[in-house]
Structures are given as C-alpha cells and as structure tokens.
Design a protein around this ligand. Structure first.
Ligand code: ATP
Length: 377
C-alpha cells in the first residue's frame, strides 16, 4: 500500500492511503514575473476521489486547477494523469471535462446542442450522440428541457447542463471551478448533493475549486487547504476540522476563539485558568497560540465543579445571538479579564439550563478540543 506522503509537505495527512494514484502533481511551481502563484506544490489524488481545493482569494487554487487542465502552463514541476506525463501536453490533448462558475454555455444553441457539442467533435454517429445526450439529460434530471435555450433556464439548470456537457465524453478527470458560486444559497445546497451523487455514480476523479468551507466539508473526500501558493494541509473533512495542522487552517475552516499562552507540562493558561490539553510534542515554556471552537465549549449549570476540575471556568453571558439551530453566546469571566470567549450552545442546552443574557454558568473546554500551535505558525 502506498501511503500519502510528500517530502516537502510537513502537515500532510497520513491517514488516508492512496492506493491507486490517478493524478500526481510533483513539485509544481508557477510564477508570473516576480510573483510566485504556486510554490512547490505536490499532491497525489486517487482514482475516483472527490478533492476540493480550498483557500482564501488569491491563494492559487484556480492556478493549480488551470495547470492541471493545461490552460495555464506551470513554470516548473510535473503532472501525470493515469500514469501518463501530461506536463507539457496542450489542453486539447488532456483527458478532462471542466465546468466554470459562469456556466459558459453557448447562448445560441439549444440544450441538446450544448450537451452534444463535445460529442460532435469526436465524430461519433448521430444516433449514438442523440442517445447519449438523452441519457445525460435524464441523469441530471432535465429531460424536458432539451429544446430550450440557456437564457430560458435558471442558473441552477444552466449549471446542470454545463455539468452534463463536461461529462458527455466520459472524461477521466472532472474539473469544477467554483461551479456553485454564482447560484443562490438554496440552489447551491441542492446542487451540492446532486453533484456529489453524480460523481459517486460515475466514479469520476473530481477536483473542485471553492472558497466556501461548508461546500468543501460537505462534498470532498479530501480537502487540500491552500495559502499563499502553498499547501497548508491535506486531509479528510473531519481530519481538517478536528486536527487542523496550523492556526491558519483552524481559522479558515470553522471559527475559533484564540489566545496567546505558554505551554507548560501538557497545559496552557487562559487568563488565570489552567487548561489541560491532549497536544503532545510541545516544549515546556514555548510561546503558543491556543484555539478552541465555539461549538466545543460545553455548558454546565453554575457552580458545577467549577473550582475543583481542570478545564472549567465560571462565566456570565454578556450577549446572545439566535442562530436558528443554536445560540451564539458571548461570555465574560473574571478569570479571563478582558479576553472575549464565544460559545455556541444547542437549543436543548439553553432550554435545559435556562440560559439567557446575564445567566451565570460553568463552561468546560475539553482537553481534547483545545488546539495548540507554536506561536507564529
Ligand atoms: P480566487 O478565489 O479569488 O479566484 P484563487 O485562489 O483561485 O483566488 P488564483 O486565481 O489562482 O487565486 O491566483 C493566485 C495568484 O496569482 C493571485 O494573487 C493572482 O493575482 C495571481 N495571478 C493569477 N493569474 C495571473 C496572471 N495572469 N498574471 C499575474 N498574476 C496572476
């Protein structure tokens, strides 16, 4: 078995074995004059995987996708697909389908003609093309829209047509460049499921670029988190969320309370409160940044073992916001001084403990949920 490793990636996930590399990117660089858009990027993707490139604007995710597509030749490094070195192949000779944020359908062609476009270029018999287009329209749930023009379709429908067109010739690789960003929130969530289901059904190796963490967490088998042209971490959604390799990843994927502290014998201090942590490998006396997610803070009734147990502190709710399925609570405590602490409590917990603005309670910051990073990481 071939474990996911890369010599130049310090925080690469080792937990998901890649048994059958389909796409292999090795030491890829891309520069525009003095500007480095991709910095020594290495990545291996298994056949059939759904991968998301995730990161803030300008981090290089689209550049990486375009390099894989041959639309933006890399400055250095190799790309191989299915065991074939494609580093220097023009886009037209690579084996992929691509969907862009802007749909990019031909406005003067009907849905049928749009979907058939790539197939017609392969010179297949007309009857076969007709059959394949009908099959694809059924697959994306739009068999009745065959004769419409793009302008007569909603954004979500247009994007499904673009998707059908991209998979028409059974590409080895499906590339999705922010395919959902132009759609409204409800359609996005619906299409997320549809795309994921379609990908599973087809088993096609897929890479999707997104800056939306929720999209990446809900769709990807593995997420590649990028920052400043480098890979910060590769891992399954739960690995990335639960065990972020850096403060950047912890902050980008989800929310965190953060504070500076010093590591001492497995513990850190939050104000005057000692927090035990499960984080190994830090040296005593190291300056660290500590992070804890609002949803990892557990509420208990006031006075609940507050003084006697570690990782607990008495707090007062200074403000609250209703989030629909939970409450976001702003907490204050003498033990914290001015440092703010934000927690998300479930509706049940709020009802059970009868919490509201001004309530006093004890919160627990469980050791296994306290994230510790070297300062400046
Ligand atoms: P976004 O989410 O905003 O699309 P991204 O992560 O996809 O961001 P890229 O489009 O890959 O970012 O761009 C990475 C960096 O490379 C950016 O700083 C961008 O300005 C720069 N860049 C991209 N194309 C060019 C170009 N043709 N010439 C110069 N710089 C470029």
């Amino acid at each position: 078995m071939n474990a996911m490793t890369s010599p130049n990636l310090s925080n690469v996930s080792e937990t998901m074995p890649v048994t059958d590399d389909y796409l292999r990117i090795t030491n890829l660089w891309k520069t525009y004059g003095d500007f480095v858009a991709l910095q020594d990027v290495s990545l291996r993707i298994a056949r059939g995987e759904f991968i998301c490139f995730l990161g803030p604007s300008g981090c290089g995710k689209t550049t990486l996708l375009r390099a894989i597509a041959g639309l933006e030749p890399q400055t250095g490094g190799q790309i191989s697909q299915g065991g074939r070195d494609i580093s220097n192949l023009p886009a037209s000779q690579r084996d992929y389908g691509i969907v862009f944020q802007s749909y990019a359908l031909f406005p003067n062609l009907t849905v049928v003609r749009n979907v058939a476009f790539g197939l017609e270029n392969t010179g297949r018999p007309k009857a076969e093309i007709t059959r394949r287009v009908a099959e694809l329209l059924a697959l994306i749930g739009l068999p009745d829209k065959a004769d419409r023009y793009p302008a007569q379709l909603s954004g979500g429908q247009q994007q499904r047509i673009a998707l059908a067109r991209s998979i028409a010739i059974n590409p080895g690789l499906l590339l999705l460049d922010e395919p959902l960003s132009a759609l409204d929130a409800k359609v996005r969530v619906h299409l997320r499921h549809e795309i994921k289901e379609l990908q599973r059904k087809l088993g096609v190796t897929t890479i999707m670029v997104t800056h939306d963490q929720e999209e990446a967490l809900s769709m990807a088998d593995r997420i590649v988190v990028m920052n400043h042209g480098r890979i910060e971490q590769i891992g399954t959604p739960t690995e990335i969320y639960r065990h972020p390799a850096s403060l950047f990843v912890a902050d980008f994927i989800g929310e965190t309370n953060r504070f500076a502290s010093q590591y001492q014998q497995g513990a850190v201090k939050l104000g005057s409160v000692v927090l035990n942590t499960d984080v190994p490998g830090q040296t005593d006396g190291t300056a660290v940044m500590v992070a804890i997610r609002p949803e990892d803070i557990l509420p208990h009734s006031a006075g609940h073992d507050a003084a006697s147990k570690p990782n607990r502190l008495p707090v007062t709710i200074s403000a609250q916001e209703f989030l629909g399925s939970s409450w976001r609570m702003h907490l204050r405590s003498d033990a914290l001084g001015e440092a703010p602490l934000v927690a998300n409590f479930s509706m049940n917990a709020v009802r059970r403990l009868d919490l509201s603005e001004g309530s006093r309670l004890t919160v627990e910051l469980p050791a296994e949920r306290v994230l510790v990073f070297p300062k400046g990481s």
